[in-house]
Design a protein around this ligand. Sequence first.
Ligand code: OFO
Length: 165
Amino acid sequence: MKISKSMQDAISAQINAEFQSAYMYLGMAASLEEQNFPGMASWMKKQAEEEIAHGMKFFDFVFSRQGNISLPGLKQAKTGWKSPLEVFEAAYSHEQKVTRLINGLHDLAQKEKDHATRAFLQWYIQEQVEEEQHANDIVEKIKMIGKSVSGLLYLDKELGKRMAE
Ligand code: OFO
């Protein structure tokens, strides 16, 4: 069944949000590179790639339902983040915001009795549990490490091992 105009527009806005997230994570990667945390920067670059993949998945879905999308511009991404803690705390709160956006799409699909979109969104709902958990775990680790340089360098090395998911 063809996707409704309201659902298609809501997904278009979500595609924009996914690319905006990618851009935000890239700005964070730049700050971490500047602060000489190459492993954390690499983690953030992978995160940015994931967000693009999330956007693409929405893109393909809309066209598989005979819809169309609009692509408004992206806002400038923040660079100059002050510390790994500031970066990962912001990433965690950002992912909580994304969860609310995904839930909002699900609410709309439910209201419209759009079963195909509801089923499609299950993947994102599950993904958000992981996204929040990963960011929060890192925040907690950084807090435990405190001001220990060797601890931060160890975490940097660990996060650098992240593979594309
Ligand atoms: Fe980080 O999440 Fe996309 O959807």
